[in-house]
Design a binder for this molecule. Structure first.
Ligand code: SF4
Length: 333
């Protein structure tokens, strides 16, 4: 279904799990893009706490703080609550309602062939984890969202959401928008151990670190192992420090990669330049972060009003879904 009757701007749904304080991989891989998109689209940014339960259902004691920290980082990065609805998934129960309906329209073998399931099924074999992509499809379709900003690794899940919307429309009549991925170039950001930057590997630079903590952490980062001292020719390709320079140092190819290769630039000086540039880039974000951290009640109010905006939208879509399925039993017309 492609018609957008009465819809002035296309709708975007973006989501992130409440992993706690976010890192610069989250910032450069998602949040900066969302901040740009909020100017062009009607946007809903969801902290997907139900998704995090697939792995962390046994101990939920830290979830509230993690939700809070993610909300603070959304705001610090520049998401504007006047432009985008920032909210927590579990405060908008229509996500769960559409998830249940969608779960009838897909087979278990289809879900169990998805790469994300195959990767983790030995560790996570719950019914909830198997259905994770169905909940993700519901997260998107319950807004009749047109686009979802994702990296290529999420392509199959968006395809699944599109397919579920198509199946629903084929069965019950045109009701749901068939969402599409809005692919974004996600820069490769490696952590201190040269693996993908991730809070769970403890190899990350949190947005909220102090400048001194950032400097200390960058000192621990892997570099080219063959470059032992200044003067040794190095290979910047794949060096986590150089990958960060490419984001934070204008003209990094000439000012960093070339002298690294010739040996003119040593790793200590290279890291120190990156520390300065990274801290400069993060300073305004960290200032906003400190400001929101001082006003926790305002952060929770942002989430409350975001949930209201989200509910206003999902109620309309779910009314159409129930009408289409003829399960709006007490409705007279
Ligand atoms: S000089 Fe810089 S880019 Fe080259 S290996 Fe050392 S840290 Fe990496």
């Amino acid at each position: 279904m492609t018609e957008r009757v009465g819809q002035h701007r296309e709708i975007i749904l973006s989501g992130m799990q409440p992993t706690g304080a976010l890192h610069i991989g989250n910032l450069e891989g998602a949040l900066r893009n969302w901040v740009r998109l909020q100017e062009q689209y009607e946007m809903y940014s969801c902290i997907v706490d139900w998704h995090s339960l697939t792995a962390e259902f046994e101990d939920t004691s830290g979830l509230k703080d993690k939700v809070f920290q993610v909300a603070v980082d959304f705001l610090a990065a520049g998401l504007d609550p006047n432009k985008v609805a920032i909210f927590v998934q579990s405060e908008v129960p229509e996500h769960a309602e559409l998830h249940l309906i969608f779960s009838m329209l897909i087979t278990v073998p289809t879900l169990s062939r998805l790469p994300t399931y195959l990767e983790k099924k030995d560790r996570l074999d719950s019914y909830g984890f198997l259905g994770y992509p169905v909940l993700q499809a519901a997260d998107i379709c319950v807004y009749n969202a047109n686009k979802v900003p994702v990296g290529k690794d999420q392509e199959k899940h968006i395809w699944l959401a599109n397919d579920l919307a198509k199946r629903f429309n084929a069965l019950y009549g045109p009701t749901l928008v068939e969402p599409e991925a809005l692919f974004t170039e996600i820069p490769l950001i490696l952590g201190s151990d040269a693996r993908k930057m991730s809070k769970s590997y403890n190899n990350d630079i949190a947005i909220g670190m102090t400048e001194a903590e950032t400097e200390k952490k960058l000192r621990t980062f892997f570099t080219d192992p063959k470059k032992l001292r200044k003067g040794d020719p190095g290979n910047p390709d794949g060096c986590p420090i150089y990958l960060l320079h490419r984001i934070y140092t204008p003209g990094a190819a000439e000012s960093i990669a070339s002298p690294c290769r010739t040996g003119e630039l040593g790793c200590v000086a290279c890291k120190s330049q990156l520390t300065n540039n990274l801290n400069d880039a993060l300073r305004p974000i960290r200032e906003r972060r400190a400001d929101w951290l001082n006003r926790p009640a305002d952060v929770w109010n942002v989430l409350a009003s975001g949930a209201e905006k989200a509910k206003a939208r999902t109620k309309v879509v779910m009314e159409k879904v129930r009408d289409a399925m003829k399960i709006n039993y007490r409705k007279t017309t």
